[in-house]
Ligand binder design. Structure first.
Ligand code: 2AM
Length: 482
């Protein structure tokens, strides 16, 4: 057999499916796995008769690769990636490329890019989204790292990625850890989308007392309109799914949400960047609150259970939930993009924001028609400061926000917790308020800590201190902080 176009290490489901996908697109792939039995099983099983070469050692894997060699790691994030890099370095030559397609945290990818480049080789950290099915049929791929590595890798990664209107959901993101940063933000947005859907569900279930089938129909209907997306589609399926005993699966699934940490990373990074990513942060906290069911049982017994009343016009309420979900989703993406802008500045990445929307439009969990509109907004204005300022979204919000306001008011009054929708409304009202209450915070900081303040009637950059009590003196905190 000819030499392979690419080598892949890590034959768990994602790795195997990516190999099958690459092979189906005409690439020859060499494979290796730490537990070598899995190589033989794969070669004799799914890979039988395909252009796939099994290797029983890293040396054998590397010997089977065309130059410049490309080796993709699909192993557990963390130490295994560093270990494989160490083992690969002596086997590779200048200009060869190591690609990490796992769920690595972006600072690791930043560090590894620098390290591998310092050894004369090239590195790519690629976020891959779409789960097992995506890996096989076409995922969304977000590659970043050594820019020189992109041209040789591009035909393979774009070849296996999902396509929307013939456009691959994969393009160069930026240097260093940019690819994994964008993937992390994607996951944070996914947390937000899922929480908003869960809030819509709870509003319909607990306030309107709708049946699972009724809700399933509503979500299926929403999926034909502006909320058209993979997550809305699967929600309709989930609600109507009955098991062998004719019971609705959703009714007996425990309401304690798990998490693997990528939403938390996104929220932590937003705090680090000083970006108000409130909706996603609330979505992470909502999972935390859900996870302790015993505490919620205790609190319900001790503090009292709410019994929300249904609104009079149920049909209008369902329409309002649809619009509220949409408005909150726009806010969530607006916040996510502000985070990306901020990180791009911090790390010196030249991110193509419209291109990122295209990468997310297919293949991945947050895929939706809506991302096409985001792409258009950034194509019109690549320097768009906030998605809410794009004419299309500004108009859409004018129509949808009254519904978000009605839903939040009613849910608050009746005692249904919708933290992500509520945070969206607070952000919307907050960003539109030129004259906020932060003058009070500045006054307090100056009162107790002589932190000084700027004045509205003097030029910016001039700092003042008031001796509020007549006893504090005129010393400013900066003087003794220095
Ligand atoms: P294994 O089949 O030998 O366990 C997903 O878990 C993939 O990562 C698998 O291919 C797995 O190999 C690999 N993996 C997990 N931990 C690893 C480690 N410490 N070193 C090398 N490979 C590892």
């Amino acid at each position: 057999m000819n030499k392979a176009d690419i080598g892949l290490i890590g034959l768990a489901v994602m790795g195997e499916n990516l190999v099958m996908n690459m092979e189906s697109k005409g690439f020859t792939v060499a494979v290796y796995n730490r537990t070598v039995d899995k190589v033989d099983k794969f070669i004799e099983g799914r890979a039988k008769g395909k252009n796939i070469i099994g290797a029983h050692s890293l040396e054998e894997l590397i010997a089977n690769l065309k130059s410049p060699r490309k080796v993709m790691l699909m192993v557990k994030a963390g130490k295994p990636v560093d270990d494989f890099i160490e083992k690969l370095l002596p086997l590779l030559d200048k200009g060869d490329i190591i690609i990490d397609g796992g769920n690595s945290h972006y600072p690791d990818t930043q560090r590894r890019t620098e390290y591998v480049e310092s050894k004369g080789l090239l590195y790519i950290g690629a976020g891959v989204s779409g789960g097992e099915e995506g890996a096989l049929k076409g995922p969304s791929i977000m590659p970043g790292g050594s820019k020189e590595a992109w041209p040789p890798v591009k035909p393979i990664l774009q070849g296996i990625a999902a396509k929307v209107d013939g456009h691959p959901c994969c393009d160069w993101v930026g240097e260093g850890g940019a690819g994994h940063y964008v993937k992390m933000t994607h996951n944070g947005i996914e947390y937000g989308d899922m929480q908003l859907i869960a809030e819509s569900y709870i509003l319909m279930r607990d306030m309107l007392k709708l049946s699972n089938d009724e809700m399933s129909k509503i979500f299926a209907e929403w999926n034909k309109g502006k909320l058209d997306s993979y997550l809305i589609e699967i929600t309709a399926d989930i609600l109507s799914y009955k098991d062998e005993e004719n019971k609705y699966a959703i009714d007996y699934i425990m309401d304690t949400a798990g998490q693997k940490g990528t939403g938390k990373w996104t929220a932590m990074d937003a705090l680090e960047e000083g970006v108000p990513l409130t909706l996603i942060a609330e979505a992470v906290f909502a999972r935390c609150l859900s996870s302790d069911k015993e505490q919620r049982r205790h609190a319900e017994e001790l503090l009292g259970k709410n019994s929300p009343k249904a609104p009079e016009d149920k049909e209008q309420f369902v329409k309002d939930i649809e619009n509220a979900l949409y408005a909150a989703k726009v806010i969530s993406y607006a916040q996510g993009y502000v985070l990306l802008r901020s990180a791009a500045k911090t790390y010196g990445w030249n991110l193509n924001f419209g291109g990122i929307a295209l990468m997310w439009r297919g293949g991945c969990i947050i895929r939706s028609a809506f991302l096409g509109k985001i792409h258009e907004a950034f194509t019109e204005n690549p320097d768009l400061e906030n998605l809410l300022f794009a004419p299309y979204f500004a108009n859409a919000m004018k129509e949808a926000v009254p519904s978000l306001r009605r839903i939040c008011s009613y849910a608050m009054q009746e005692g249904v917790a919708i933290p992500s929708m509520a945070s969206a409304l607070c952000y919307w009202d907050g960003i539109k308020t030129f004259s906020s209450g932060a003058n009070m915070i500045q006054a307090q900081r100056d009162y107790f800590g002589a932190h000084t303040y700027e004045r509205t009637d003097r030029p910016k950059g001039e700092f003042f201190h008031t001796n509020w009590t007549g006893e504090g003196g005129d010393t400013q905190s900066g003087v003794y902080n220095a």
